[in-house]
Design a protein around this ligand. Structure first.
Ligand code: TYD
Ligand code: MG
Length: 455
């Protein structure tokens, strides 16, 4: 019989301490230590019990290590491949986080059913087999080499893995898993660390990619110890506004690719649909031209997309004018309004200003500044902006038009979508490759833009 052992764990970063401390010495958070019972682990690890021959370790030279193990598996989803850096790397552990109900289980179930070339094991600790079946019926994809298991005990999961021999393992979710070697409840720091560690070892030794679904806390970070994020190879975040159908899959960490990639999906009645051309959803379909609308050539990660900025400026009814934004930083809006007031003499201080980014996405690209400013003035003056003109520039505090990064990509995207003119900073217009489809207008001061658009 092994001896019962107790230890204190920081619920924030996972630091272990033999006695209770008020302040975590590692992450400096107060009152985060909680006692957890850990039974002394038996000599062998769960994964090794089920494995007949543990691989021997041997130091090797870089040249002797073959890189063919790194050849990627196609997930059958262009957006997911892109976010993973070109496909699924064998032996990688991917953590997918996101708010409840955002579509994490749907995304991975869809992946499991789509990857028909490989045997997949989908383990759910949250839903019953019937619930999974109902969801799969909704998705309407047939696959006969996909196995489902409802289990939370990782020793039993490993037994099933040994039997089924899957090529990809999906675990929904890491917070529901528990190891027999640890006494504390599922979801506690020591359980999460133990289970993630076991699957990490399993993935590396068998070259099987493992997806872990992770819950997130109220403040938006992944629940569980920070070490979880260090242990895995890739951390993905699935996010979106609940009231809109659009979901964005972002890479927060990727050992096998860039972190500036993002995938866009739309939640429909039968699963997630890939959105290959994001501009299609972000430009609202309008019949007539209205004032208060300007189009910005923005860049999310490395993906250019044209987004529509809508502004409404009206006389304030109550004493204090309201400023309200959706999808845009309200402090930045206040700054732009101050610049407009000071540099171009528009009296906006007694006006209500509402700003909205179409499609319900959040943008923090400074290159949309100029479009924001123009949308506000367009609404204030009730003058239309030509719907075939778009903007890509940052506005500085003295009203100067500043250059933005990746201008060529932005211009190309605008050209591709049939825009006739793009307004950019003078400093961006040097060394641009010549274009036939779109006219590039270079400006250096905000007044020039107004004269150009509103005259
Ligand atoms: P789910 O994948 O259960 O979210 P998570 O695992 O992140 O908690 O997402 C479920 C939501 O998606 C639920 O509100 C219903 C909706 N949904 C659709 O709109 N269409 C579909 O085809 C499916 C399967 C779910
Ligand atoms: Mg779920």
């Amino acid at each position: 019989m092994s001896k019962v052992k107790k230890a204190f764990f920081c619920q924030n970063c996972g630091t272990q301490s033999p006695k209770w401390v008020g302040k975590c010495p590692s992450c400096n958070q107060w009152n985060t230590f909680v006692e957890e019972i850990i039974e002394k682990e038996s000599a062998t690890e769960s994964w090794q019990i089920t494995q007949t021959q543990p691989t021997k370790s041997k130091a090797r030279k870089l040249d002797d290590i073959s890189s063919e193990e790194q050849s990627r598996m196609n997930t059958q989803s262009g957006e997911l491949n892109r976010v993973l850096g070109g496909g699924l790397v064998p032996g990688s552990v991917i953590l997918l986080g996101g708010e409840p109900g955002i579509g994490k289980s749907t995304l991975l179930l869809q992946l499991a059913l789509q990857m028909k070339n490989w045997r997949i094991l989908y383990v759910s600790g949250e839903e019953s087999e019937q619930q999974i079946k109902m969801r799969a019926e909704r998705l309407n994809i047939n696959s006969n080499d996909c196995f489902f298991l409802t289990e939370t005990n990782i020793q039993r999961i490993f037994q099933q893995i040994k039997e089924v021999q899957p090529k990809v393992v999906i675990l929904d979710s890491i917070q529901t898993l528990e190891s027999e070697h640890i006494e504390s409840a599922a979801g506690s720091v020591s359980q999460i660390r133990e289970c993630a560690g076991e699957f990490q070892k399993f993935a590396k030794q068998t070259h099987t990619p493992v997806f872990l679904i992770g819950h997130i806390t109220k403040d938006g970070s992944l629940a569980g110890p920070k070490v979880l994020e260090h242990m895995v190879d890739t951390v993905l975040h699935f996010e979106g506004e609940r009231n809109y159908g659009y979901r964005i899959l972002r890479t927060m960490k990727n050992r096998f690719g860039s972190t500036s990639e993002l995938g866009i999906f739309e939640m429909s009645g039968n699963g997630l649909r890939e959105v290959n051309n994001p501009s299609e959803i972000l430009l609202s379909q309008r019949e007539e031209n209205l004032s208060g609308i300007a189009i910005a050539a923005s860049l999310e990660g490395m993906r250019p997309m044209l987004i529509e900025i809508q502004a409404l400026v009206s006389s304030a009814v109550y004493g204090t004018p309201q400023r309200s934004t959706t999808g845009f930083d309200s402090r930045r809006l206040n700054m732009l309004l101050a610049v407009l007031e000071k540099r171009s003499g528009f009296r906006l201080s007694m006006k209500d200003v509402f700003l909205n980014i179409a499609g319900g996405i959040k943008v923090d690209d400074p290159a949309i500044d100029l479009a924001v400013v123009c949308a506000i003035l367009s609404s204030n003056e009730d003058v239309l902006i030509d719907p075939k003109t778009c903007f890509a520039a940052e506005v500085g505090l003295s009203g100067e038009i500043r250059s933005v990064n990746h201008i060529e990509q932005r211009i190309s995207e605008a050209e591709k979508l049939g825009f006739h003119k793009i307004i950019v900073s003078k400093y961006n217009s040097r060394n641009l490759s010549p274009r036939s489809g779109i006219e590039v207008i270079a400006v250096s001061k905000i007044e020039e833009v107004f004269r150009y658009i509103f005259s």
